[in-house]
Design a protein around this ligand. Structure first.
Ligand code: UDP
Ligand code: MG
Length: 336
């Protein structure tokens, strides 16, 4: 296969057929690969997404596409679904694309064609020109990128997503990172390689609604920072230093007022304020340590990032559009 497109799906049943139709329409473009593998990873959907994908496998309309479907044993999250796809992709070039039609497959093909013509480039990333989302979300994401780049150990290109096409060397590098808490934007930045960016405008979601709540996004952002930086731990050290210096200065001021001027400082309000301040700082420090400790604990268990329930592959070049009990070849199925 010239290109494998990995499509993580969580409750995308209504989008599978339109997605495959759109891909078929794009196959006429001069940028399109000669052979394409569509690798749907059903990330614990409850709306029959996997069944829709297997239905699509039974009735192909172009011989240049083959569909593979992996069903995960539960919802492991998009990052885990992406890794599951990577580990099963057979294409020389590999790409990620969402199932909801917000990302145009024609752009995946443009990225593919760019890599074909530029042997020196390893990865092409599509960067959102404008975000189709609420002002609060947009502001939050903007602040996140700014904060991450200001203090993080690696630089994330603003608005770069996982809508990309890349070579095997990049895929191998991504797979060599076995961490449980995966943050693709950071992983792509961390592995490096020659990356070219192209702008794109996301469309409206075709059907269904986003699986990401605002809380998920905050969680994802914290996870990204904790996965790729150790500066919050250093921040605790600096906070500790700062408060120690401040308390020494305060002690000197109080002592000199008492010894030189003879003022006795009213102790109670000062004590309450200082106690609250230091208690707050200690709790903050414990919270930050806890975030890291929790991650070390979970990573230490070395649990798999995902568990596949089943995988189906079907070579559509052998298929004809016929009722399942007559013409269709039985699909391979391996329970893992
Ligand atoms: N997705 C997934 N697992 C999840 C959440 C999302 O595989 O737990 C998939 C989803 O089906 C879609 C892609 O990840 O194909 C992007 O998700 P979504 O459209 O909800 O995110 P947004 O576009 O709002 O960032
Ligand atoms: Mg979406």
């Amino acid at each position: 296969m010239e290109l494998s497109l990995i499509i993580p799906c969580h409750n995308e049943a209504e989008n599978i057929e339109p997605f495959v139709d759109l891909i078929q329409a794009c196959m006429d473009s001069p940028d399109a690969p000669a052979t394409l593998e569509l690798l749907f990873v059903d990330d614990g959907s409850t709306d029959g997404t996997f069944a829709r994908v297997t239905q699509m496998m039974e009735c192909p309309t172009t011989k240049r596409i083959s569909i593979k479907a992996i069903e995960l044993s539960r919802n492991f999250g998009k990052e885990a679904a992406m890794l599951a796809g990577l580990e099963s992709a057979s294409g020389a070039l590999i790409g990620f694309i969402d199932a909801d039609l917000q990302q145009d497959p024609a752009i995946s093909f443009q990225m593919f064609a760019y890599l074909q013509h530029h042997p020196d480039t390893d990865c092409v990333a599509a960067v959102q020109e404008e975000r189709k989302e609420g002002a609060l979300r947009r502001w939050f994401k903007h602040r996140f990128y700014a904060a991450f780049n200001a203090v993080g150990d690696i630089d994330l290109p603003a608005n770069a997503s996982d809508f990309r096409v890349f070579r095997r060397n990049v895929a191998d590098a991504l797979m060599s990172m076995p961490e449980y808490f995966r943050f693709s934007k950071g992983l792509f930045a961390w592995v490096g390689f020659h990356t070219h960016t192209i702008p794109y405008k996301p469309r409206e979601r075709h059907a269904g609604s986003t699986s990401w709540s605002f809380r998920d996004l905050v969680h994802y952002a914290v996870s990204g920072i904790v996965s790729f930086t150790t500066w919050p731990l250093r921040l605790v050290l600096y906070l500790g230093l700062l408060t120690s210096i401040a308390s020494i200065i305060y002690l000197i001021v109080v002592l000199s007022e008492y010894l030189i001027v003879g003022i006795s400082v009213p102790g109670y309000p000062t004590l309450v304020c200082l106690l609250l301040l230091f208690f707050g700082i200690v709790m903050l420090a414990l919270g930050i340590f806890g975030e890291y400790l929790g991650r070390i604990y979970i990573e230490g268990k070395r649990r798999p990032v995902y568990i596949a329930r089943q995988m189906r592959t079907q070579d559509l070049t052998q298929m004809s559009c016929a009722p399942a009990d007559q013409g269709a070849h039985p699909s391979q199925e391996d329970d893992r």
